[in-house]
Design a protein around this ligand. Structure first.
Ligand code: ADP
Ligand code: MG
Length: 765
């Protein structure tokens, strides 16, 4: 989300460019018709880079994939053997990286980067602002020659690679600063490849880093994620050893992120202060044609958009991001991009980068990429489906049913552990995806509900129920689809059915956490999920050990463990319609946490008992949890304040003047009409118009006075509650009145680009 009012000095490199361009556009004259004409005038002729061989033929992706990155495989190639092995020891055993090794790595990196035309480097990190931050330094240093004249040389040392010290006081710490020093440090994360970002502003080498305070307290989103992976690995290994996998040493978390987004012509955005200030439309009547024809999802991609996608993907491939699928989403002008899954840490970095590349390349194409969860009311919102699984060091997916009885038993045991994790920590999982943007999406009848539950599919449900009843399992033919057509071979069924209404669904060999918002940083929900699963593994290890005391045949003990666990956690499983009112009633009966708004969900972070597992797994300390609670509230209040200010401004300087123009037009028309019947009809229309005009004015005054009262309160917790209970309903009322005005005011008087124009222009270009 692009927020102009953001106070951070260190804006993202990529976002910075987009802001400058937008501000330039905004100062143009406002003209809705001109914006529409520009939008449909088609593809601005953009030169798209093509990577070709000597004969001008396009090279296959594999030949340039990752060419702008420097990770472990490049290091193996470019580093002296000794230095590389020393780095591996650091990674595997957590040993301190010797200075000579660091210097050798830095030298190799510098040589590679300078050969690519890079002049600057930066420590790239993910503070709790939700975006990324970077501070640039040139690769140069001054050398004094013996004639004492100054000479500039390229230099980059091991210590510059490993550690940075940005001014932490500009980043949120959630009150930790009052008790600790304001100093903040960035430290190189060697598990995620370094990468080069290139734009008109030049080329910069980005070093992925963690960001923390003087006493080691996490000031970013990445540190807790890395801690959670470690905790989960330890806990899972212990459990798996009990199952008989005695040689397992390490567990990996895998993540594949499906990213949804909207693309709108930039000319429209420049004329919608709500879009470029808050990332979503605060006003706008629903377009007659929306998504009801269901012709957009998987439909053919408009040529202008395909052009954009190719350009964005080229850049993503160069950054080593394995983009695999692209398609239209449900709403007009909504799309999705998804990579092949990777290690969770790399996948989250890659998702953050993907969002930045989408934004930047969109601007180049005269488009604007909206990553907000609900940019347009009444049309489908955007999510970020987090496909998550765990694998052992042999690369076996632990959530994949196998071909041997042991693998299948292990699969069901690990599945039970994950079910228990979600069952025990549903409230904190809900809190991990609580943002103002996601409030518009969750439970809004087109995205998963705000109630966390698990969908397994009928076959797995059947299997678990059979185990619960203590019956034996029989293999079935249910996995084969016979089409009754001889020419087409029988295909095996993906035996999980789909349920789009579930927030946490099993999809054959992984779980899909679908309730994550499109603009979120995945590391937040993934750290909480990993911590929950880690805590569950720990509890399950103890339980299994206990069962093994009386049941000495291991497989029988494991089956008994599965039986007990799935029975105890049954309330979290739900395979019906998550959008229905019956489910809300049923979930209440089952005692599941129902946390409808961010305000409700965040209070969970104050509950020591609920968050204890984060402390036990060492993913977040009690103090870090409290700081995150405060940061989230502050962000909530700031976001909503910004939306409210923008809504007031839009009403005052766009909607009311349009209504005034319309009033004058009515007067003029009235005077020029002489026919009685016409006069009567006209008077009726004018009456209706005046009712709407009055509605807008009253709702505006009401909302304004409520905002003014609310701003006098300086307690953020109280303000958050007041925003939900008082301000949001008043804002909603004002919006409704303005949207009624939009359809009654003459098209030519309405200054803001309309939904139909913004959403359907891509079809015309
Ligand atoms: P869907 O069926 O939900 O439309 P896909 O089958 O294309 O989507 O997969 C969605 C995402 O799940 C992809 O990013 C894919 O790489 C990822 N995925 C597949 N297997 C795993 C796994 N074992 N762990 C994590 N993610 C996975
Ligand atoms: Mg999916």
């Amino acid at each position: 989300m692009v927020v102009l009012a953001r106070g951070n000095k260190q804006l993202s490199l990529l976002e910075g460019t987009s802001l400058q361009r937008l501000v330039k556009e905004v100062t143009m004259s406002f003209d809705r018709t001109a914006a529409f004409k520009a939008a449909i005038s088609g593809n601005p002729k953009i030169k798209i880079e093509k990577i070709t061989d000597d004969h001008g033929r396009e090279k296959p992706i594999s030949e340039y994939f990752g060419c702008m990155t420097f990770g472990l495989s490049q290091m193996r190639e470019k580093l002296p053997k000794e230095a590389y092995n020393s780095l591996l020891r650091t990674l595997e055993q957590g040993k301190k990286l010797p200075k000579e090794t660091a210097d050798a790595i830095a030298l190799a990196i510098k040589e590679w980067a300078v050969s690519k035309g890079v002049t600057h480097f930066c420590h790239w990190f993910q503070p709790m602002t939700g975006s990324t931050a970077e501070k640039h330094d040139a690769f140069i240093t001054i050398q004094h020659s013996h004639h004492s004249e100054l000479k500039v040389v390229e230099r980059f040392t091991g210590s510059q690679l490993i550690q940075g010290e940005p001014d932490a006081s500009s980043f949120p710490s959630g009150g930790m600063r009052s008790t600790f020093e304001a100093r903040g440090y960035t430290a190189w994360d060697p598990t995620s490849p370094l990468f080069i970002v290139e734009d008109e502003g030049g080329k910069t080498l980005c070093i992925p880093t963690v960001f923390f305070g003087y006493h080691g307290q996490a000031l970013d989103n990445k540190t807790p994620l890395l801690r959670s992976v470690e905790s989960l690995s330890d806990a899972a290994c212990e459990f798996l050893k009990l199952l008989g996998d005695v040689d397992v040493k390490k567990i990996f978390c895998t993540l594949g992120v499906e990213q949804e987004y909207f693309l709108i012509d930039r000319n429209f955005v420049a004329q919608r202060p709500d879009l470029y200030m808050t990332g979503r439309t605060l006003l706008g009547a629903i377009s007659a044609r929306g998504q009801q024809l269901e012709d957009h999802y998987f439909g053919s991609i408009p040529s202008r958009i395909k052009h954009f996608m190719q350009d964005a993907e080229l850049e993503l491939y160069k950054l080593g991001i394995p983009i695999k699928t692209r398609h239209n989403e449900v709403a007009p002008s909504q799309f999705e991009v998804a990579p092949i899954f990777e290690d969770v840490n790399i996948a989250t970095d890659h998702n953050v980068l993907t969002m930045e590349v989408l934004r930047r390349v969109a601007l180049k194409h005269g488009l604007f990429c909206l990553l907000h969860e609900k940019p347009f009311a009444g049309v489908n919102g955007s999510g970020k489906h987090n496909n998550w699984s765990i694998a052992n060091d042999k690369g076996e997916n632990l959530l994949e049913p196998g071909s041997t009885p042991h693998q299948n038993l292990r699969f069901l045991a690990v599945l039970s552990v994950v079910i228990k994790a979600v069952h025990d920590h549903a409230d904190v999982l809900r809190a991990s995806i609580a943002t103002p943007g996601n409030d518009h999406r969750l439970g809004a009848n087109e995205a998963p509900p705000a109630i966390i539950s698990i969908f397994l599919g009928s076959l797995l449900e059947q299997i678990l129920n059979t185990i619960e009843e203590g019956k034996t399992l029989k293999a079935t033919d249910a996995q084969i689809i016979d089409l009754g057509v001889n020419k087409i071979p029988n295909i095996s069924r993906d035996y999980t059915d789909r349920n789009r209404t579930s927030p946490f669904a099993f999809t054959g060999n992984k779980f899909e956490f679908r309730a994550v918002g499109s603009s979120a940083n995945s590391s937040v929900p993934m750290a909480v999920l990993n911590a929950a699963v880690s805590a569950s593994f720990k509890a399950c290890t103890a339980k299994l050990k206990e069962i093994m005391k009386s049941k000495t045949v291991r497989d029988e003990a494991v089956l008994e463990f599965i039986r007990q666990t799935v029975t105890e956690t049954k309330v979290i499983r739900f395979d019906g319609n998550g959008y229905s009112d019956e489910w809300k009633a049923e979930a209440k009966k089952r005692g599941l946490p129902i946390l409808n708004t961010t305000a409700d969900a965040l209070t969970v972070l104050k509950d020591k008992k609920a968050t204890q597992f984060l402390v036990d797994t060492k993913v977040l300390s009690a103090e870090e949890i409290q700081s995150r609670y405060h940061i989230n509230i502050e962000r909530y209040v700031k976001t909503l304040d910004l939306e409210h200010d923008t809504l007031l401004e839009l009403t005052l300087s766009y909607v009311l003047p349009a209504l005034e123009k319309q009033a004058v037009a009515f007067e003029k028309a009235q005077r020029s009409i002489s026919l009685d019947t016409l006069k009567k009809i006209h008077a009726e229309r004018k009456d209706e118009f005046e009712i709407v005009f009055a509605e807008v004015l009253t709702a505006f005054e009401e909302f304004k006075s409520k905002v003014n009262i609310s701003r006098k309160n300086h307690n953020e917790e109280a303000r958050m509650k007041e925003i939900v209970t008082t301000l949001q309903p008043a804002a909603e009322k004002l919006r409704k009145a303005c949207d009624r005005a939009e359809v009654i005011v003459a098209n030519e008087f309405w200054p803001l680009p309309k939904y139909r124009e913004m959403l359907l222009a891509n079809l015309l270009s």
